[in-house]
Ligand binder design. Structure first.
Ligand SMILES: [Zn+2]
Length: 381
């Protein structure tokens, strides 16, 4: 009895172990066949196609369904927005969550000319003309130009176009700027080392137009942006603004300063000068009237005030102008005692706009300097 019982016990244990083993093995194989090998995360580039389930699997498992994406900004099956997106699909009743990372590591592509030519002293060329920038992000990207160049120096300069997308990818493309000699520009140096630039017949020093008996204007020169004072006297618009301020300030002190003459064309000046020559002869006329082309009035920057004659001297208005016109950017162009330098008699009524900075230097604490002295140039026919 004892023996039998022991045998039965052993049998039961043996069978149980076998059953357990079978169950463990079976469930192991069952479980194993249920494992789906997939990528939890895929990284793609902006502009790429939206991935499919197959892109997430390692083997050619056919899963007959589509990924359900959560807020995926796609357009025509492609994605143009950098970001992290999530989607899911079901496999054997299990919901599988996958991640899509969209990056932008591709720089824009610049299409541009290889070189640009320009004449010295002309304005910068429009560097962005015929330049396009494309990018996988489909963003609107504008190229910029950087590099050093000097439009006043003949030579070749290497510049770069630069384009950057919103992810910080940069593209750089070389551009050669060729500055060629400009036959219409002549440059010389004054006795005080200022650069005298003759640009298409017009003389400039430090961007100020120079007109005197040495430096004339072309007969077809007409300043741009002429406007009128009192409806008929013409000056350049910013000169009118400065004059209005001067007039208002002096009027506040009870003074009556008014414009009597402003811009005069070459033809007008020709008429006026020839009239004076008839009256006084050329030698005398040249001391108070400019020949056509040599008059500062053709610049639109000069104004004759009040009576335009010697009766203006020592009036309260004239005395105030001597001390204050520079504060508004004007100078007494033909000061007393400088007749041999300017080539003109003292004209207390003739003011010329040069801007506040130069005007203050020429005011010279009350003892007026001429443009000729300051820049080191002559005024002689
Ligand atoms: Zn004048």
């Amino acid at each position: 009895m004892k023996n039998r019982t022991r045998k039965n016990k052993l049998l039961i244990i043996g069978v149980s172990l076998l059953v357990i083993l079978v169950i463990v093995c079976a469930s192991f194989f069952l479980f194993k066949s249920n494992i789906l090998k997939y990528k939890k995360e895929i990284t793609i580039e902006v502009g790429d196609n939206v991935p499919t389930i197959a892109d997430y699997l390692y083997k050619d498992d056919q899963i007959d369904q589509e990924i359900v994406w959560e807020q995926l900004p796609s357009l025509d099956g492609k994605i143009f927005e950098v970001g992290e997106y999530h989607g899911k699909f079901v496999y054997n009743d299990e919901e599988i969550v996958i991640t899509l990372v969209v990056k932008d590591t591709t720089p824009p592509v610049i299409t541009s000319p290889d070189d640009i030519e320009m004449l010295a002293y002309e304005q910068d060329p429009n560097f962005l003309e015929n330049v396009t920038v494309t990018d996988n992000s489909m963003e609107d990207i504008t190229a910029s130009v950087y590099g050093e160049y000097d439009t006043e120096k003949v030579g070749e300069y290497i510049l770069y176009y630069l384009a950057k997308d919103s992810s910080g990818n940069e593209a750089r493309k070389e551009l050669k700027l060729v500055v060629k000699d400009n036959p219409n520009v002549k440059v010389s140096t004054s006795s005080k080392n200022y650069t005298i630039k003759n640009y298409y017949g017009i003389t400039y020093i430090e961007n100020n137009v120079i007109v005197n008996k040495t430096y004339s204007l072309p007969n077809n020169y007409v300043p741009t942006n002429l406007t009128t004072i009192n409806g008929y006297i013409r000056v350049v618009d910013y000169v009118k603004e400065a004059f209005d301020n001067l007039k208002a300030a002096s009027a506040g002190l009870g003074l009556n300063i008014y414009a009597s003459s402003g811009y005069r064309s070459y033809a007008d000046q020709n008429y006026i000068y020839n009239n004076y020559v008839k009256i006084d002869g050329q030698e005398i006329a040249d001391t108070y009237s400019a020949r056509a082309g040599y008059s500062e009035h053709q610049t639109g920057l000069a104004i004759d005030l009040n009576t335009i004659d010697s009766s203006f001297e020592n009036t309260a208005e004239s005395n105030w102008l001597q001390e204050h016109c520079y504060e508004f950017g004007f100078i007494i162009r033909y000061p007393k005692g400088k007749e041999n330098i300017t080539g003109y008699m003292y004209e207390p009524w003739h003011i010329r706009y040069v801007g506040k900075e130069l005007a203050e230097k020429l005011y010279n604490n009350g003892s007026w300097l001429t443009i000729e002295e300051y820049y080191g140039i002559e005024s002689k026919y």
